[in-house]
Design a protein around this ligand. Structure first.
Ligand code: NAD
Length: 498
C-alpha cells in the first residue's frame, strides 16, 4: 500500500512539514479509503505561527487600506481561477457534490469582494468644533494577531467568512482548520501569497484540541472567531473571554421551515428537499424540521416522500449527483443511531435510507435520505442537531403554535416561513427568536454586505460574522480629541465641558 501524503502547516510564508506531534487520517468519504494523513501541530509549532503573525503585524497594520484592498482584488481573481481545483479538494475530503463545493466557494468569494471595499469601510467619523477650537475624530484600528477555528463542513467558505475581513482591517491571522478537511486551508495560503500577501500575515496550523487550547491561552492572540458545534463554541467562548479576548463563536442549529396553509405546497416541498438533504444535511443552515400548519401535513408528507425517494445519490465528483456521502464512518454511525432512536421513540419513518449502499462504492460513507413524520418536541431527534440527511415533519394547529415551537427550541440559527400572506410573514419575522429568517426562502444565508449569525445557543458573543459586523469585530474604536491652541491655555481643575 502507498504511504498517504502528509498535510501539514503554513507558517511565515512557507509550507512547514512539522517536527512531531500526532497525526490524523483524512478519508475520501466516497470510497471510505484513507487518502492522506494530517500532522497535528505541537504547542511549540503553534507558538511559531503566532510569533510569525505577531512579527508581521506592525508593517501589515501600517499598510494603507487601499494597498490591502488591492491584495484582496488579486485574491478574488485567483480564487476564481482556481475554483475547480479548490472544489475538487473539498469534494474529495468532505464528500459533498462538486456543484455544491463550487457554490460554497462563490459564497466565500462574496466576502472577499466585500473586503475589497475596506478603505471606505474603515473611514472614520469627524466632528468639527465640538468645543471652541476643538475637533474630534474616531478611527477603527486593527486588533493584532487573531485566530480562526473552523468546522469540517465548509472548508473554504467558513474560513473566508473570517480571513478577508480580518486581513483587510489590518490584522494578522492564524487559521486552525478542521482536521477532517484540511487541504483547502493550504491552497488558500498559497493563493494569498500569490496575491501579494507578505509572509507571516496568514498562517495555518493543523490539529485538534491541543492546538485550539494553545491559541486560546496565548496572550498575543487578541480575538478568536470560531464556527463549529455548540458545546465547543461555548467552551471556546468561556475560555477565551476569561483570557480577555474578543470572541465570536458560532454553534450548531436546528432549523425549522414553517409551511402555512396558504403556501404553495409543491414549492415548499421542493424547498424542503433541497434545504434538508443538500450536502447530505451537513450544513448549519440545513432545514431539519418541517412544521406543517393546519391541515397541510398529510399532503406535504406525501409530496416529500415522493421527492425524497427521487434524490440521486452518488460520489460527489459526479456532476449530476444531488447528494454525496457523509464525512466519516463515525459520523455515519452517529447519524444512523439518531434514526434508530427516532424509530424507538415512536416517530413514523416514512423513507428509510439507513441501509443505502452505492454500487461500486460499498465502503463509502453513504446514507440515503430519511424522512420522519409525527415527530414531537419530546423526541431526541427533534431536540438534537443530527447533521445528516434526516428531515422531520411535525404538525401544529396554527401560526401561534408554530411560532412557539420555533421559539422554544434551544437553537436559533436559521428559520423559514412559506406563505402567500404578507402580514403572516411580517409577524413571523418580527417575533421569531432566530438570527436569520427566510420568507419563501429556505436557506436565508445573508449576502456578504449583510452579516451572518444565529441567536440563542447558535452564537456566543456579540458580533455576527462578515459584513459591517465583521469590520467591527476585527477593529477597535479610538476617538481622538484635538486642539491646536494659538494662545496660552489656562489650567483647568474641573471636568472639561465644551
Ligand atoms: P466541531 O465543533 O467538532 O469542530 C469545529 C472545530 O473545533 C474544529 O476545528 C475542531 O478541530 C475543533 N474542536 C473540536 N473539538 C474540540 C474541543 N473539544 N476543543 C477544542 N477544539 C475542538 O464541529 P464540526 O463537526 O467540524 O462541524 C459541524 C458543526 O459545526 C455543526 O454543529 C454545525 O452546525 C456547526 N456549524 C455552524 C455554523 C454556523 O455558522 N453556525 C456553520 C458551519 C458549521
Amino acid at each position: 500500500m502507498n504511504t498517504p501524503h502528509t498535510i501539514a502547516h503554513y507558517i511565515n510564508g512557507q509550507h512547514y512539514a512539522g517536527t512531531g506531534g500526532d497525526t490524523g487520517l483524512v478519508y475520501n468519504p466516497a470510497t471510505g479509503q484513507t487518502q492522506a494523513q494530517v500532522r497535528y501541530a505541537t504547542a511549540d509549532e503553534v507558538h511559531l505561527a503566532i510569533t510569525a503573525a505577531a512579527a508581521a503585524f506592525p508593517a501589515w497594520s501600517a499598510t494603507p487600506p487601499l494597498k490591502r484592498a488591492r491584495i484582496m482584488f488579486q485574491f478574488k481573481a485567483l480564487l476564481e481561477q482556481n475554483m475547480n481545483a479548490l472544489a475538487r479538494a473539498i469534494t474529495l475530503e468532505h464528500g459533498k457534490t462538486i456543484n455544491d463545493a463550487r457554490g460554497e466557494i462563490i459564497r466565500g468569494i462574496e466576502v472577499v469582494e466585500f473586503a475589497c471595499g475596506i478603505p471606505h469601510l474603515l473611514k472614520g467619523e469627524f466632528s468639527d468644533q465640538v468645543g471652541a477650537g476643538i475637533d474630534t475624530h474616531s478611527v477603527r484600528q486593527a486588533l493584532g494577531v487573531v485566530a480562526g477555528i473552523t468546522p469540517f463542513n465548509f472548508p473554504v467558505m467558513v474560513p473566508l467568512w473570517m480571513i478577508p475581513m480580518a486581513l483587510a482591517t489590518g490584522n494578522t491571522f492564524v487559521l486552525k482548520p478542521s482536521e477532517r478537511t484540511p487541504s483547502a486551508s493550504l491552497m488558500i495560503a498559497d493563493l494569498l501569497a500569490q496575491a501579494g500577501l507578505p509572509a507571516g500575515v496568514f498562517n495555518v496550523v493543523q490539529g485538534d484540541k491541543l492546538v485550539v487550547d494553545t491559541l486560546l491561552h496565548d496572550s498575543r492572540i487578541q480575538a478568536i472567531s470560531f464556527v463549529g458545534s455548540t458545546p465547543v463554541a461555548e467552551y471556546i467562548y468561556t475560555t477565551a473571554t476569561a483570557q480577555g479576548k474578543r470572541v465570536q463563536a458560532l454553534g450548531g442549529a436546528k432549523n425549522h421551515l414553517v409551511v402555512m396553509p396558504d403556501a404553495d405546497l409543491a414549492q415548499a416541498a421542493d424547498a424542503l428537499i433541497g434545504a434538508g438533504f443538500g450536502s447530505a444535511g451537513e450544513r448549519c443552515m440545513a432545514i431539519t424540521v418541517a412544521v406543517a400548519v393546519g391541515g397541510v401535513g398529510a399532503s406535504l408528507v406525501a409530496q416529500l416522500a415522493e421527492k425524497t425517494r427521487a434524490i440521486r445519490i452518488n460520489q460527489g465528483l459526479d456532476e449530476h449527483a444531488d447528494m454525496g456521502p457523509l464525512v466519516t464512518s463515525q459520523h455515519h454511525a452517529k447519524v444512523k443511531s439518531y434514526v434508530d432512536t427516532g424509530v424507538a421513540e415512536g416517530a413514523t419513518l416514512v423513507v428509510d435510507g439507513r441501509d443505502f449502499k452505492l454500487a461500486g462504492h460499498e465502503a463509502g460513507f453513504f446514507m440515503g435520505p430519511c424522512l420522519f413524520d409525527q415527530v414531537t418536541p419530546a423526541m431526541k431527534i427533534y431536540q438534537a442537531e443530527i447533521f445528516g440527511p434526516v428531515l422531520c415533519v411535525m404538525h401544529v394547529a396554527d401560526f401561534t403554535a408554530a411560532l412557539k415551537l420555533v421559539n422554544d427550541h434551544e437553537y436559533g440559527n436559521g428559520v423559514a416561513i412559506f406563505t402567500r400572506d404578507g402580514n403572516t410573514a411580517r409577524e413571523f419575522g418580527r417575533h421569531v427568536q432566530v438570527g436569520m429568517v427566510g420568507v419563501n426562502v429556505p436557506i436565508p444565508v445573508p449576502i456578504a454586505f449583510h452579516s451572518f449569525g444565529g441567536w440563542k445557543r447558535s452564537l456566543f458573543g456579540d458580533h455576527h460574522v462578515y459584513g459591517a459586523e465583521g469590520v467591527r469585530f476585527y477593529s477597535r474604536l479610538k476617538t481622538i480629541t484635538t486642539r491646536w491652541p494659538n494662545t496660552q491655555i489656562a489650567t483647568e481643575f474641573v471636568m472639561p465641558t465644551m
